[in-house]
Write a protein that binds this ligand. Structure first.
Ligand SMILES: NC(=O)c1ccc[n+]([C@@H]2O[C@H](COP(=O)([O-])OP(=O)(O)OC[C@H]3O[C@@H](n4cnc5c(N)ncnc54)[C@H](OP(=O)(O)O)[C@@H]3O)[C@@H](O)[C@H]2O)c1
Length: 212
């Protein structure tokens, strides 16, 4: 598959490297494709990745993955132009920093995923790849056990394709229902962040599914 990844930072870089290692073609959409850090990332990934503008990346991708900081996300989507018919994977979390540390800027009544859906007119939007750290996106498997990644979205035809793509990274993939459940997934992400950064768990842990 050809995967456009908008933003080539911690998350975009980890996802791009992992997917490229599974044979997918990666097109990073970045503001400055020639930037040194982007060129260094391309070098580590090898021939399966290139960097262009967000608009060119989105036009080329079968899938468009959003891995931009939340405050930049609306502008990044607008810069991509027409996303009608595109399958968008939204990995953002609407984080803000307050007196008590990092928290969610919005939640309960609306989510970043639903806002992205409003900005990306005509696209099929899925909330996923937001509930664990970027290190776990590079390697989601813990001692042979897959950590979990949820996918929430409304397009029943596109959802199996999105779940397969997320599965290619090495996650156990769970259908988490409609896009409005992004409200739950963003709160779940906040739990991972709080445990990782404020409760001593560090970044090297992930959530999994246990079954009888
Ligand atoms: N870090 C994690 O472990 C983690 C886990 C799950 C979800 N998330 C979420 O994923 C998103 C990205 O996090 P991150 O840690 O990867 O952030 P990051 O390392 O700061 O990377 C953000 C990337 O977005 C780019 N960017 C900024 N504004 C842009 C714009 N207007 N158009 C296109 N690209 C733009 C930046 O490029 P420039 O060089 O041009 O600034 C940079 O490559 C956030 O919403 C975060 O909440 C993060």
């Amino acid at each position: 598959m050809k995967i456009a990844i908008i933003g080539a930072g911690n998350v975009g870089g980890a996802l791009g490297a992992n997917w490229a290692s599974k044979g997918h073609d990666i097109v990073f959409g970045v503001r400055d494709p020639k930037a040194e850090k982007t060129q260094a990332l391309l070098k580590t990934i090898g021939g399966k990745a290139k960097a262009v503008t967000p608009a060119d990346a989105a036009a080329a991708g079968d899938f468009v993955v959003l891995s931009t900081p939340w405050p930049a996300t609306e502008a990044a989507i607008r810069a991509m132009g027409n996303l009608k018919g595109k399958i968008v994977l939204d990995a953002t979390n609407p984080l803000t920093r307050g007196p008590d540390g990092i928290g969610l800027e919005i939640g309960h009544a609306i989510s970043a995923g639903e806002k992205v859906h409003g900005w990306a007119a005509g696209a099929s939007v899925f909330k996923t790849l937001n509930t664990t750290g970027f290190g776990n996106m590079a390697n989601p498997v813990f001692k042979g056990v897959k950590s979990v990644m949820f996918v929430a979205g409304d397009d029943a035809v596109a959802k199996p394709k999105v779940m397969a793509l997320v599965g290619d990274l090495g996650f156990e993939v769970i259908d988490a229902g409609p896009l409005r459940n992004a409200r739950l997934l963003e709160a779940h992400a906040m739990l991972w962040i709080d445990l990782a950064l404020a409760r001593g768990q560090g970044r090297d842990f992930a959530f999994g599914i246990l079954r009888r």
